[in-house]
Design a protein. Structure first.
Length: 233
C-alpha cells in the first residue's frame, strides 16, 4: 500500500494539476493524506470535488509546514510513503520507478526538473545545479533531500518521528536520518516537475535566503538531536 502525504495551504491555483498526476499512478487501495493547514481559498473545495475514497482530508491550523507534514506522516498507513508538495506535477513513471528501487533500498531520492508557473523548464536537473550526491557529511553541508522527491519505506518513521522541535525543515531531517541509518538511492532520472512560482514555502532550486549564522544554527540543531535518535528502535 502506498501513502502520499500532501501538505496544502491556499493551493487552489495548482492543486488539481498535481492531484491528477498523483491519482493516475495509484492503485485502488492506496491513499492520499491531505493535511490542510487552514486554507482560506478553494483548495478544500477542489479536493472534495474528486469524490475519491483514496483521498483523506484533514483540516489543521498549525500555521507550520513542519508540523503539518508530521501530522500527515502520523496518519499514513502505507508500507511505502511518498511526500508531495501541492504545486508540482508528477511525471507518469514516478511511482513505478520509485517502487522498483524501494525493493532494494529503504529511501529513494529522485531528480526533478525545475519549472516556472507555466511548467516551462528553468533547469533540467536539480541534482546538477545542487551538486547533489550521497553521503552523511555531504548532505549536512549542503542538503539534497527535498521532500517532493522523496519516497521511503515505513521503517524510516521509526527513527524520524516524532520530529524534534528545533529542526530547520522536515525533509532535511528525513534526509539526515536516511543517510546515517538507512540504505539510500539517488535516482538520476527526473521524475517530477518542481514548480517555482514565487510563493513556495521553501527556496529549492534558488539561492538560499539564510545568512551564515542561520545555516550553522540549522546544522547544529540537526546534530544535537542525534543522540536521542540512536536510542529509537
Amino acid at each position: 500500500m502506498i501513502s502520499v502525504c500532501l501538505a496544502t495551504f491556499n493551493g487552489d491555483k495548482y492543486i488539481k494539476e498535481q492531484l491528477d498526476s498523483i491519482l493516475s499512478q495509484l492503485g485502488e487501495n492506496d491513499e492520499v493524506i491531505v493535511a490542510d493547514d487552514g486554507s482560506s481559498d478553494n483548495t478544500i473545495l477542489i479536493i472534495e470535488s474528486y469524490e475519491d475514497s483514496r483521498i483523506k482530508i484533514y483540516k489543521n491550523s498549525f500555521q507550520n509546514l513542519i508540523l503539518n507534514f508530521e501530522f500527515a506522516l502520523n496518519k499514513a498507513k502505507g508500507d511505502y510513503i511518498f511526500l508531495s508538495d501541492q504545486d508540482d506535477v508528477w511525471l507518469p513513471n514516478k511511482v513505478k520507478v520509485c517502487l522498483d528501487f524501494l525493493i532494494s533500498y529503504d529511501v529513494v531520492l529522485s531528480n526533478c526538473k525545475i519549472v516556472n508557473s507555466n511548467l516551462e523548464t528553468i533547469n533540467e536537473s536539480f541534482f546538477e545545479i545542487n551538486n547533489s550526491g550521497k553521503g552523511f557529511l555531504r548532505n549536512l553541508v549542503k542538503n539534497s533531500y527535498i521532500g517532493c522527491c522523496m519516497a521511503f519505506k515505513r521503517t524510516l518513521l521509526v527513527k524520524a518521528l516524532p520530529f524534534p522541535k528545533s529542526i530547520p525543515m522536515h525533509d532535511i531531517w528525513l534526509g539526515f536520518i536516511s543517510e546515517f541509518f538507512y540504505k539510500t538511492k539517488y535516482i538520476e532520472e527526473p521524475l517530477l516537475l518542481h514548480r517555482r512560482h514565487g510563493k513556495n514555502e521553501s527556496p529549492t532550486g534558488e539561492a538560499s535566503p539564510y545568512n551564515l549564522f542561520n545555516k550553522i544554527r540549522f546544522r547544529y540543531n540537526l546534530i544535537k538531536n542525534f543522540p536521542k535518535i540512536c536510542l529509537r528502535h
